[in-house]
Ligand binder design. Sequence first.
Ligand code: NAP
Length: 491
Amino acid sequence: MKTLQSFKARTGEPFGAPLLAHTPEQVDSTVEAAAQAFASWQASNGAARGSLLRALAEAIEGDRDELVSIADNETALGPVRLNGELDRTAFQLRRFADMSERGVAFEYLNDPAVAGAPPVGHPAMVLQRVPLGPVAMFSASNFPFAFSVLGGDTASALAAGCSVVIKVHTAHLVLSNRMLGLIQKVLEVQNLPKGLIGMVQGGGSDVGVRLVAHPLIAAGAFTGSTRGGAALQAVANARPRPIPFYGELGSINPVVALPGILQAKGAELATLLAGSINQGCGQFCTSPGVIVLLNDPASDAFVTQLTTALKALQPHAMLTPGIRQAFEGGVAHVATTNGVKVLLQEAGNAEAPRPFLAETDAVNFVVKSELREEVFGPASLIVRAQSVAEALQVLQAVGGSLTVTLWGAEQETDDTRAFVRGAMNIAGRVLFAGVPTGVAVTAAQQHGGPWPSSTQPMTTSVGDTAINRFLRPVCIQDAPAWLLARSGQPC
Ligand code: NAP
């Protein structure tokens, strides 16, 4: 049996006792238990789903001090951020509890019979939705609570009536096992099967690939790198029966800052943007990785202001040595790419890296696809455009992003309309103020965008409509009265 070891993110020392990786047979039996649990959970009512989700929120809040302390050791994200993330995770669980109790998963469309010949005449039809089945859920390294064991994917899948098998992230093994203990107590108290929320741990194909490939798994929900997501999506597609794979991936989140607003408040915006690039040591999928500026004296001043503001900041330790190594490698690659001018590059120390800022022109950025790859960490690339047309080509070259931020589009002009169109064509969320880091859990949230930011641009992994990923529409035609009386609830 393979063993797994957790490490302290700040020092690299071992943290906690070694743990056993799941064997392929254990992965199979965890999925089988999830399939058995699904058989009853799919027919559960909104009150039962709400009650489970509320109890899970209470359980993590009740164990807050220990959970935050473990998470801080394993991730170095700090207690302020981690307490906030735990609050957000409990909020998210309760929000899906509210939605369950309101019967959102059971909403249906009634299309009464119309007499006469088709195409006008038709039978009585009702469009309702059924849960997909057991969901394989992959935790992300950078959100140990909100995109991990009891994060938005698990909450929305349970609210939809699905069971879940969690693939633990190797970067927070001890935390995930502590969470599993809390989950199992809640399931026991509520008299629910253990298999409703199962968990597997271990790297690579023995666990992750086997999980997605398992014939009883009905969908995948993944938050992580574009490379990892692409590999697992290929597994989902190569199955004899392919399944939906909802991958929330990496993103470079362009910020377009127009000269007018930079002239008015460039220094303030530079401080705000530097804080966003440095936040969480840049380990956010919404971190601003590209800043698009038009050639103008206000843009020149902004570049100086941003460089100064970023130089004054010190990022904290990164999540894992592997992520640190990938960051240093990514920065070195950008810095040595032809046509790139480095503005800020300093050696970090053993604990943490330094922020990185460089500049290139639009033509170089459009031609070199490697400049459009996410550098996960506190790094950003300024792209100078000679014209609005060139700036729009930059957005088009990005192709897909979770966000685009547009600063200075307050007046309607041909140019601002073109920028809004260009931004909406490639992003799931377009911001006109503030910075892209920070993703509100709300009704109108859209956290997902065209490839490479997600595998399913029509869906979101954050916000209320995340539940739709795990519900499949079914039309029932001329249904018997007893079935109609279930008002959209699966039987
Ligand atoms: P990652 O390396 O892709 O890992 C994510 C998960 O997938 C882990 O459980 C990992 O297993 C597993 N995995 C990766 N490749 C695999 C493969 N080929 N076969 C089987 N399993 C595989 O990502 P990460 O470093 O944890 O997270 C950082 C990335 O996530 C960044 O790119 C960031 O932008 C992105 N992110 C996106 C969002 C979003 O909402 N779009 C949110 C947060 C983060 P192991 O445990 O073995 O490593």
